[in-house]
Ligand binder design. Sequence first.
Ligand code: Z5A
Length: 212
Amino acid sequence: MSCRRGSLIVLEGVDKAGKTTQCKKLVHALQQSGRPAEMMRFPDRTTQIGQLISSYLEKKNNLEDHTVHLLFSANRWELVPQMKKKLEQGITLVVDRYAFSGVAFTSAKPDFSLEWCKNPDVGLPKPDLVMFLQLNPSVAAGRGEFGTERYETSSFQRSVQQRFEQLMKDPSVNWKVIDAARSIEVVHSEIKVLCENIINTAENLPIGELWK
Ligand code: Z5A
């Protein structure tokens, strides 16, 4: 690798925790400070697989639960060559949801184990940092009504939160829990400092493999 690599930074959290808001602000702040950075989001609804997922989320089609789980994972794998290329070019990727959402959402459905759900994503590029935006459901409710997409109900979101808590016990992943109930600017400042530190640490390290 001729230049120092970029970092893979992921934001996770339940509905309305502020992931998209914070990803955008982080990318802007990093770029302003002269660090190459780009945002990605999963699902990426622009690919053919992403379009299938999008119509499933919009309840325009029904897919069997195992099948849709594998499609979410395939949607990440299809972007891996592009992600690796950018990281190797020194671009930091700020990603709005990743494999952790994949596991938390499917394993919140009946009869899905965490282990089964993790398997298709084993070996993906491992994030250098995963920030979990923690938000109490009552505070989230104050940020507006749920939308009309699949999964947007408070009981399902509570189960998803429990699955995230199980995933966060895994010490092989660099988790940081962020109190997302504070103002957008206060949350952003904390995230920015954490990211600047990780970018400096990760630049000389190889890209890891998730859950391997
Ligand atoms: N899914 C899956 O099943 N399997 C997978 O593998 C993956 C995903 C990757 C995709 O939804 C759905 O797919 C998702 C998981 C599932 N289902 N659900 N639920 P999406 O990514 O298209 O949309 P979303 O992730 O659900 O967006 P969100 O969670 O609703 O929003 P957010 O990104 O966390 O929040 P936001 O858009 O930045 O902010 C929400 C509002 O709050 C907005 O009005 C902001 O101005 C406001 N906000 C943000 N921060 C603050 C603070 N600090 N204070 C006050 N107000 C704030």
